[in-house]
Design a binder for this molecule. Structure first.
Ligand code: PLP
Length: 401
């Protein structure tokens, strides 16, 4: 049996949806992108939603529109996808990595506060909490710190679709929240992203920046009298526009979002139950009041060790067993992945900022010990049973190494 790490839910509805803009001849950002934005704003509860080419470009736009520039510093969790940090680098600002809380894989507010306290020159202008794997970061505490230290907050909600704290959706806590529609995410447009905000001026600026800084969009211009006159360009912008067939795909995916999210949650619950008494894997933690979006189901591999002491020696030893565990599963056709990276240890960042692993012990542990299990809405009972059976066998083999 071959079990992929994920599989988007795409059927006739998506094929019909993308055909419409193709047949209409209007392929670039147009009416379907506008409809996708409207529905996404409704789904998330944000006042404004602006579609982009990716979450990375949405993060770049948010930082740029909020005035982040060379000479500034932005705090990013040390355990995240490299895109979070790259978006900061595009602005010329510097990345300051902050360690995470291993239990949630998200930025640790106490460590964030410790960094802010030492920022005597007040160069840190923003923080980018990440809602990793579909669990919101501790946004109430982060917002409190942001108010105290006068920081902009750009939420990297790439994985945050359908994640909530109370009834507040991911991406709605700070100045802006950015989502990804890469096929590894809960809903997909191939590549694609969305920026949400409650700030009208920011939304308008982002709309212009994604379109080379144009004073109005092509669609607006075509709808108006005098469409032959080009718009004004008074700011430096980018081409981060989503195509209209991606917009149509997004609309179709949003219509089935409740089905996809519920199925994913159901499977995550089944994993929680099936792995409850299995020694060696810690299943995803969900703090009280939080709703997990389960973009990924990421466990922590502990083997037969107690992780209360996070020594590098112990982590490195367990890392060998974790890798063996993933290899055993791959041999049985079950895909797994390391959760994501400890970005501080990736070549570019390690060299540029001269960073070492000792400064980020939890991110280091998460990098070396996280394991993503397959999760997709249309996983069958048979596939689920096969994964669990093989996880148990692979764990026993790996721990005995
Ligand atoms: C946490 C995080 N941030 C940013 C991104 C970048 O998203 P995109 O591929 O849409 O640019 C991803 C994608 O995997 C991600 O997981």
């Amino acid at each position: 049996m071959n079990i992929p790490i994920t599989k988007p839910v795409l059927d006739d509805a998506e094929i019909q949806a993308i055909t419409k803009p193709l047949l209409s001849g209007w392929l670039v950002q147009g009416p379907y992108v506008a409809q996708f934005e409207k529905l996404f704003a409704e789904f998330s509860g944000a006042r404004f939603a602006k579609a982009t080419t990716s979450c990375t470009s949405a993060l770049h736009l948010a930082l740029d529109a909020l005035g982040i520039k060379r000479g500034d510093q932005v705090i990013v969790p040390a355990f995240t996808y490299i895109a979070s940090a790259n978006a900061v680098e595009y602005t010329g600002a510097e990345v300051v990595f902050c360690d995470i809380f291993l239990k949630t894989f998200n930025i640790a507010p106490n460590k964030l506060e410790a960094i802010l306290k030492t920022d005597k020159q007040r160069r840190i202008k923003a923080v980018m909490p990440v809602d990793l794997f579909g669990l919101c970061a501790d946004m109430p505490r982060i917002m409190e710190l942001a108010r105290r230290y006068d920081l902009k907050v750009i939420e990297d909600a790439a994985c945050g679709f359908a994640a909530r704290i109370g009834d507040k959706h991911a991406g709605t806590f700070g100045d802006a929240g950015c989502f990804s529609f890469h096929p590894r995410k809960v809903i997909t447009t191939g590549e694609g992203g969305m920026l949400i905000t409650n700030n009208e001026a920011l939304a308008n600026k982002v709309a212009s920046l994604r379109d080379h800084g144009a004073s109005k969009s092509d669609l607006q211009r075509h709808k108006e009298q005098g469409g032959s006159l080009l718009p004004e360009f008074n700011i430096k912008g980018y081409n981060y526009r989503m195509t209209d067939f991606q917009g149509a795909l997004g609309v179709s995916q949003l219509k089935k979002a409740a089905y996809i999210v519920n199925k994913r949650r159901e499977i995550a619950c089944r994993y929680n139950v099936a792995l409850k008494d299995v020694k060696g894997l810690i299943t995803p933690y969900v703090p009280e009041g939080y709703t997990h979006g389960y973009q990924s189901y990421v466990c922590l591999f502990t083997g037969d060790e107690n992780l209360s002491r996070l020594s590098k020696k112990l982590i490195d030893k367990l890392n060998i067993s974790r890798n063996q565990f993933m290899k055993e599963l791959a041999a049985k056709g079950v895909s797994t992945r390391q959760g994501t990276h400890a970005v501080h240890s990736l070549g570019y960042y390690q060299k540029k900022y001269n960073l070492n692993d000792e400064g980020y012990p939890a991110a280091y542990a998460a990098d070396r010990l996280s394991v993503t299990l397959p999760l997709y809405a249309e996983m069958t009972d048979e596939e689920f049973g096969y994964v669990i059976e093989n996880v148990r066998v692979a764990l026993i083999k790996a721990v005995k190494l």
